[in-house]
Design a protein around this ligand. Structure first.
Ligand code: NDP
Length: 334
């Protein structure tokens, strides 16, 4: 039996934000399975800010997506046909399946997800790549300890919301920076952050000086630009700055100026460390075990925003990440 896959191809490299010229939506007939292969019906796609970077023809930690290729995307799905000894029909699997509703796999780099532990979207969020990013970025790079003041930018997003919750569990005082009063209210009232700064309506520098008068021990940065500078200006001795992302510049054609407050690193003998979650891949199982138990005992509150509309809604869904249209982990239901 053959299957027709609905796919999103990269048509044209964007300048600035992606738009309808960026993508081509196609139907592709998949070949019949060979021995050692299985067919996956993709149930949800993970929408990630990194996708914007993967479209640029530059040297990075992964090669750029090629023009005419299926867009790279993480997904979770169900095995619907199998000629593979280790993957049976009905199993839930995760991997880099691409922006498609069906994919044929040999099992390479495919892992299993237990839906009894968490729902599929949570496996792309708190128990997925963003959750792993928060866990290893905060604990291994940020080296958070009890009593620290932790500030996280992009705080109401997939990574940031988990960073803040883990920091609270470790006994830190947590300040989130996010866009808009609703997101800030969610951080303090639902997730238990100690304070939140609405960078769209408040001065981040001034508010940090007020709320964290003794300075920041850990700054977990997802945003870069002016927010990074405001945090650098408020460090304390021995601070750790975790460079996880810099979404404020992802759609810029011109490189942003470097952080103008970098001399704070000298003054406060602080470190600023670039970090990539994939370096911790062999330790994901340890993090999943810990995070699952935190989900079960309520230490972590997961949140996903599910966009409907299937593969055809891919382009619009991606935009939400850059307009602040998501709270928690953004996924597309396929
Ligand atoms: P989010 O769920 O946080 O979504 C993106 C959020 O970024 C938006 O909701 C918006 O929130 C905020 N944002 C968008 N544009 C701007 C801007 N110009 N200035 C300030 N904030 C902006 O995404 P993720 O949690 O998946 O990713 C967060 C960051 O972590 C990204 O930078 C990503 O690249 C990085 N990352 C890094 C990894 C690594 O290994 N180093 C792995 C995974 C993610 P708001 O409404 O608050 O503006």
């Amino acid at each position: 039996m053959t299957t027709t896959a609905q796919q999103v191809l990269l048509k044209q490299r964007p300048v600035g934000l992606t738009d309808e010229q960026t993508w081509e939506y196609v139907s592709t007939e998949l070949p019949a399975l060979e021995d050692g292969e299985f067919l996956i019906k993709v149930d949800y796609l993970s929408m990630d800010p990194a996708m914007r970077g993967w479209l640029n023809d530059v040297r990075s930690y992964v090669p750029p997506v090629q023009i005419g290729a299926v867009m790279r995307a993480f997904g979770i799905g169900t095995v619907t046909e199998s000629r593979h000894e280790q993957f049976a029909v009905g199993e839930t699997v995760m991997g880099i399946f691409g922006a498609t509703d069906h994919v044929i796999s040999t099992g390479k780099d495919v892992t299993r997800a237990d839906l009894a532990v968490a729902a599929a979207p949570t496996w792309l969020g708190t128990l997925g790549m963003p959750g792993m990013t928060a866990y290893f970025g905060l604990l291994e790079v940020g080296k958070v300890t009890s009593g620290d003041t932790v500030v996280v930018s992009g705080a109401a997003g997939a990574v940031g919301s988990v960073v803040g919750q883990i920091a609270k569990a470790k006994g830190a005082t947590v300040i989130g920076i996010a866009g808009g009063p609703q997101k800030c209210q969610w951080l303090t009232e639902t997730l238990g952050f100690d304070a939140a700064i609405d960078y769209k309506n408040e001065s981040v520098s001034r508010r940090l000086r007020e709320i964290a008068p003794t300075g920041i021990n850990v700054f977990f940065d997802n945003v870069g630009g002016e927010i990074l500078d405001a945090a650098l200006a408020n460090l304390t001795l021995g601070a750790r700055v975790v460079i996880c992302g810099g979404i404020s510049a992802y759609n810029e054609s011109k490189l942003p100026p470097g952080p103008s407050r970098y001399m704070s690193l000298l003054v406060f003998r602080a470190t600023m460390t670039g970090f990539l979650v994939f370096d911790f891949e062999d330790r994901y199982p340890e993090a999943v075990t810990q995070m699952s138990s935190w989900l079960e005992d309520g230490t972590l509150i997961p949140r996903e925003q599910v966009v409907e509309g299937g593969i055809a809604a891919f382009g619009d869904a991606l935009q939400l990440l850059f307009t602040g249209g998501n709270t928690g982990k953004l996924v597309l239901r396929v």
